[in-house]
Each structure stands twice: as structure tokens, then as C-alpha cells.
Design a protein around this ligand. Structure first.
Ligand SMILES: [Zn+2]
Length: 405
């Protein structure tokens, strides 16, 4: 079992990237994280459990938003890949793209058969692609490549163009791009397929870049994690010149198909596509609810609730608790509460939470966190206690904390 290691962080105010005018993001004190973990390395199993408790990652920085204290609460959303039925408009997008790539009349099946040809997501999403396309002379060469996340100047150039034209963000550096979208703490591990998978499917869990190339040019890039129970979308960027094809929506359809193709090859745990956070208060982010059936994780019990059953509460409250609707609130809690002292977890838990004491000859020695000299430092104890509470009892004992003070 690979070891997961990271530096813990406690509750903190943060920026909200959803309601501030673009280009003027400032610390508004209107959003907050309940906990953070600057991860050195994480097993994919551990990270799967983290995102099931509302965590997310940006590079190697993992964080769990504090929904009660955020102006725009962000709920973890998952789409059931096996039972996903694309809507008529989603099917249309795929057909429009395939027609654009193939163009010539040969690629169109005769009208008599096309009417009766049942739509199959896993067939139609690949239909125009190199390696799948039955048309020998398509108008364009469309290629997708799934590769472990890595840096290239071409990817960085696409990122700058996307950030500039879509997010009005001019200050991009290659080191920032690497930190945010290339670096990952996830340790690759083999996917236990029951039979050899088709060549376009990944063999390992881990962090990937999905490249979309048209006529040899990189036109879009998806950053995704492939985990034991899900494909998790981290980020998506596209060349603004291709905006009319809704590549972001096409990428979500490709990613949900990827999850079901992995499952169909005999990895039974793979059930879902995680589309990141669902932010009801931000109309631009509501499109994630257009994929069905989707579920939101409860912010207090971490059980999954069907999205439709959550909407009435989200309409009524800013912070909605689906398991205990009476916990829902309209006003964000005061940010001063972030600084309140926190109760120490019980000793029997603390004795199972470990801290790196030293690394020598490739061996790590550890010590229970409450026996370490660091435990007497109020600031460090606050970070450790906050992180334990954000991780929950089980996960807190599966991650070794590292303090490099
Ligand atoms: Zn906000």
C-alpha cells in the first residue's frame, strides 16, 4: 500500500472565484476553506475518499471549502456514468462535431438506416476519431491522446490563449501553469481490469491530460484524474477559435464515456464522472446539472442526494444541508468563527494519526501527532486539528503528516 504524505492546514479565509468580477479577484473574506493539505504524495484510493468528502485539488494543493462560510457554496457533484442518457441537444453536439470532421457525403449513413441507428455514447463519441473512424478520407484529422500529465510549450500556449480570451487573465507564467495543471500528488497504480482493455484506455489510475488535436494542432486540453470510482474533471481549456463547437460540453460527454468504457472493460468500481463543484449561486456553473442522473454530496454526512431533490433547498437557502434541512442557512456564518479555538480530537484518535519524525536511508520514521514536540505549538496544532476534522477519522489515520518547520 503506497504511503500518502502531506502538510496539514486548518481553516482559512480565501478568494471566491465565482462572484467577483473577472480580473479583480481579491480576498473578500466571503469564502473559506475548512481545511487544506499540501500533498507530497497521495494514493489514488486516499484521494478518492477525499473527494467523496468534498475535497478537491489544484496541483498538489488539496482543499475542502467551508460551505457555511462561503458566498458561493460549492457542492461535489457526480454523474452516474452507467445510467447516463445524453439529452437530445447533447447527442446533436456529438453529431455536429462528427459531421464537421468527416464532412463528405460518404460518411453519412443513408437516411433509411440513420433513423433507426440507436445512439450509443461510447460508439458515437469516437466515431470521427483517428483509429475509430470508418471513413478513410475524412475532411479533417481528429485525434485524441490520453497521456500522464506533463508540460509542453504547446499546452502552455493554449492555456495562455484560453485564460486571456475567456477569463480576461493576462498574467500567466509557465511555472504557474505547471503548479496548477501539471503537478499532481497522485501515485499511479494499475487499474485491475478483468480482461485486457482496448488500446485507447488507460492502464493506470492517476493524473492525465486528454489532448484534442485537429489537423495536428492542439485545440483543447482536459486535465483529469482517473480514480478507483470515478473520472474526475480538474480543468478544461480550449482554443477560443473553436468556441462554436462547445468543446467543453463535448469533453464532459467524452469523460463520462471514458468512465463507462473503463467499467465495461472489467474495472467494476468505476461508476461515475465527477464534474468538480456544482455552484448553484453562479448561473454560469449550473450547466453541470444538465447531465442526468447526477447527485450532490451532503455537506454534513457525505451521503449522496439526487440533484433534483436538492434544487428546492438550494433555491431557498444559500447553504443547503440535504440530510438536515433545518441546518440550512441564508446568511454565511461570520468569518471570525474561522479563528475560534477548536476542540482537540479524542486521544484514541490522535494516537493513530502520525507525523513524519525523520527520513533516513529511504525509511520514514513516524510518531503519533500528540507525542510530537510540535503538538505544543498552538498554530501547528490548529492546522493539524483542522485538517483531521476535514479529513474525518478514517482518512486522518491514512495520511502521514509532514511538518517542515
Ligand atoms: Zn462568491
Amino acid at each position: 500500500m503506497p504511503v500518502s504524505v502531506g502538510t496539514p492546514a486548518g481553516p482559512m479565509p480565501t478568494t471566491c472565484g465565482y462572484c467577483s468580477p473577472s480580473g479583480t479577484r481579491s480576498i473578500t473574506k466571503s469564502a473559506a476553506h475548512a481545511a487544506g493539505l499540501s500533498a507530497n504524495q497521495l494514493s489514488c484510493e486516499v484521494y478518492q475518499k477525499m473527494i467523496d468528502r468534498g475535497w478537491r485539488r489544484s496541483g498538489t494543493w488539496c482543499y475542502k471549502p467551508k460551505l457555511e462560510a462561503s458566498c458561493c457554496p460549492s457542492y461535489t457533484i457526480k454523474l452516474d456514468a452507467e445510467n447516463f442518457k445524453p439529452s437530445k441537444s447533447q447527442r446533436k453536439l456529438i453529431h455536429r462535431w462528427n459531421r464537421f470532421i468527416c464532412k463528405d457525403s460518404e460518411s453519412k449513413p443513408p437516411p433509411s438506416t440513420s433513423k433507426h441507428m440507436p445512439f450509443s455514447l461510447s460508439n458515437d463519441i469516437h466515431a470521427a476519431e483517428v483509429g475509430f473512424c470508418s471513413n478513410e478520407r475524412p475532411e479533417h484529422r481528429f485525434e485524441t491522446i490520453l497521456e500522464p500529465s506533463s508540460y509542453s510549450p504547446e499546452k502552455f500556449e493554449l492555456y495562455c490563449k484560453y485564460q486571456r480570451d475567456i477569463h480576461n487573465d493576462l498574467k500567466n507564467t509557465s511555472s504557474g501553469f505547471k503548479r496548477f495543471l501539471v503537478d499532481s500528488p497522485l501515485l499511479p497504480a494499475p487499474i485491475p481490469y478483468s480482461s485486457p482493455p482496448r488500446p485507447h484506455l488507460p492502464t493506470n489510475y492517476g493524473s492525465y491530460h486528454q489532448l484534442y488535436k485537429c489537423d495536428g494542432k492542439l485545440i483543447a486540453l482536459g486535465v483529469i484524474d482517473i480514480l478507483p470510482s470515478c473520472v474526475s474533471s480538474v480543468y478544461f481549456m480550449y482554443d477560443p477559435e473553436w468556441e462554436k463547437f462547445s468543446l467543453g460540453k463535448l469533453s464532459a460527454l467524452r469523460e463520462v464515456s471514458l468512465a463507462s468504457e473503463i467499467k465495461a472493460s472489467g474495472a467494476p468500481g468505476m461508476t461515475s464522472l465527477y464534474m468538480g463543484f456544482f455552484i448553484y449561486s453562479c448561473p454560469k456553473m449550473r450547466y453541470k446539472g444538465d447531465y442526468s442522473p447526477s447527485y450532490l454530496v451532503d455537506p454534513e454526512t457525505y451521503e449522496w442526494f439526487p440533484l433534483e431533490s436538492c434544487i428546492p433547498l438550494l433555491e431557498k437557502y444559500r447553504y443547503a444541508c440535504f440530510s438536515r434541512p433545518d441546518h440550512s442557512t441564508v446568511e454565511p456564518v461570520d468569518h471570525d468563527t474561522l479563528a475560534l479555538p477548536m476542540d482537540d480530537p479524542p486521544d484514541n484518535l490522535l494516537s493513530k494519526v502520525f507525523l513524519v519524525r525523520g527520513i533516513e536511508n529511504n525509511r520514514i520514521t513516524v510518531i503519533p501527532v500528540n507525542e510530537s514536540p510540535y503538538w505544543d505549538d498552538d498554530d501547528i496544532r490548529r492546522d493539524v486539528v483542522g485538517c483531521i476534522s476535514g479529513l474525518g477519522e478514517e482518512l486522518a489515520t491514512e495520511i502521514i503528516f509532514y511538518l517542515d518547520g
